[in-house]
Design a protein around this ligand. Structure first.
Ligand SMILES: C[S@@+](CC[C@H](N)C(=O)[O-])C[C@H]1O[C@@H](n2cnc3c(N)ncnc32)[C@H](O)[C@@H]1O
Length: 246
């Protein structure tokens, strides 16, 4: 179904209640990386970031950009190559090592004194710093605050029961005047248990609405064979711009 037909059919208001209690453990995520079950990774990077980069950067240079639940997102390399400083967090060490290897980027690693068991892998030139730990271990005293966020496959990968905790943390990591690009997904949540989880616009408003202006930028059809195999007959991505006003 194309996006306009979906909207016309009113499916955006589908009941996500069937997913409310679903929990994916960190071990399950690690296993996905170990077995190569990583169909979420976009080798060519995300067209919506390419298209809407201007609203993220807003004419500014030398920004600090955060990639929550970063996987091995190639967009981290794009932004670092533009002169920005990139920070990511990811539970899978394999994902982070793959990222540096696939881009032939030399890196070093160090422990993170504030987080037992965590590591930070940093490109030798210093522009990409990737924390290997749970996002819930981070705080602004450890990673600082950010001018921009690319949240794709992140909020929608967070377990529904942890969404408020995730958003509360993200809000503490944002600078005033920062821009947060958020990609959510829409599909019939009765046909797929997630992740990615279905997050309707009303929930975005209730999660972020007290802290920032929310602008709906674009809705695109992202339906593929992968989604057909999940039993779906439509799959949309929705891009929002969240502006953290002073
Ligand atoms: C759907 S993938 C998306 C990866 C990336 N954002 C992208 O666009 O390709 C979600 C990622 O979050 C990681 N993850 C899951 N829970 C996490 C947590 N609590 N802290 C940090 N990373 C986590 C998983 O290992 C997985 O790589």
């Amino acid at each position: 179904m194309d996006p306009s037909a979906e909207a016309a059919a009113g499916l955006e208001g589908a009941d996500p209640g069937s997913q409310r209690d679903r929990v994916v453990t960190e071990d399950e995520w690690l296993q996905k990386w170990e077995t190569g079950n990583t169909g979420f990774h976009k080798k060519q990077g995300h067209p919506l970031l390419q298209k809407h980069l201007d609203v993220l950067l807003n004419g500014r240079s030398g920004l600090r950009i955060f990639f929550p639940l970063c996987g091995k997102a190639v967009e981290m390399k794009w932004l670092a190559d533009m002169g920005h400083s990139v920070v990511g967090v990811e539970v899978s060490e394999q994902a982070l090592r793959d990222f540096f290897a696939e881009h032939s980027l030399p890196y070093c690693e160090e422990t993170v004194p504030e987080i037992p068991g965590a590591k930070m892998l940093q490109s030798t030139c210093g522009s990409i710093s990737l924390y290997c730990c749970s996002i819930y271990d981070l705080s602004s005293s450890i990673v600082g605050k950010f001018d921009g966020v690319w949240d794709r496959g992140a909020l929608v990968a967070v377990n529904p029961c942890d969404r408020k905790r995730y958003v509360s943390l993200m809000i503490t990591l944002m600078e005033k005047n920062s821009s947060y690009l958020l990609v959510t997904v829409l599909y019939d949540p009765n046909k797929h248990k997630g992740p990615p989880f279905y997050v309707p616009e009303a929930e975005i408003k209730s999660l972020f609405g007290d802290h920032c202006e929310i602008q709906h930028l674009q809705k695109v059809d992202d339906f593929s064979d992968r989604h057909r195999q999940w039993g779906l007959d439509y799959f949309l991505e929705v891009l929002y711009l969240l502006k953290f006003v002073p």
